[in-house]
Design a protein around this ligand. Structure first.
Ligand code: S6P
Ligand code: ZN
Length: 184
């Protein structure tokens, strides 16, 4: 019988996720080409700047049925025209796979859209908890002046479908109007 007590392989503290199986990914603004409405404002920005960074703990291989992944996204503050920096947004490739998001630091809005293109939104803040059911596209918008960090936990076989949003995107946008975020 095993009697040794080991340290955990990953640690999630003080807004950081670290561990031997944690992968760090950076999404630069240029990779978000097409998701913002104001194309001219977008072209006038420095596309090499990071829009968000994601740390993901992959305890099992991608595609494994029954496993879970754990991520921490660091979404930078900023605007393209009157639209806030946001994640690209996706549906899961295995569409029925659900996910949890939760707010860690900063403030923002989670956009959710069903297959009939009905879009709704929830405020994100430290401690907010969001259940994203299967078949629902999800995107996060940083409406604050500081970095927005949120955690995520999703099935290791859910995969990503970004293509479905390429042409039409979400049916609503979050814009900075009269000094506050509006869903329109
Ligand atoms: C994965 C989970 C998150 C996002 C991350 C970046 O299911 O929802 O880890 O991948 O927030 O967003 P996106 O839309 O670029 O994948
Ligand atoms: Zn997801």
């Amino acid at each position: 019988m095993k009697t040794t007590i080991t340290n955990p392989t990953s640690i999630f503290i003080n807004g950081q996720l670290t561990g031997s199986k944690v992968i760090h990914q950076v999404k630069s603004l240029i990779e978000l080409n097409g998701i913002f409405e104001d194309q001219i404002a977008f072209q006038n920005m420095d596309g090499s700047q990071p829009a968000y960074e994601v740390d993901v703990w992959f305890p099992v291989q991608t595609g494994t049925e029954g496993g879970l992944f754990f991520g921490l996204t660091h979404l930078y503050p900023g605007r393209v025209g009157d639209e806030y920096f946001m994640t690209k947004g996706h549906l899961h490739a295995k569409e029925n796979r659900a996910e949890y998001y939760w707010g860690v630091e900063g403030e923002g809005i989670l956009l959710l859209m069903d297959k009939k293109r009905n879009t709704w939104a929830e405020y994100m803040f430290p401690g907010s908890l969001h259940y994203i059911p299967g078949f629902i596209a999800h995107r996060v918008v940083n409406t604050g002046s500081f970095i927005l960090k949120f955690g995520a936990c999703w099935p290791s076989d859910s995969g990503y479908n970004y293509d479905i949003l390429i042409n039409e995107g979400f049916s609503k946008r979050v814009k900075h109007i009269d000094n506050k975020p509006l869903l329109i």
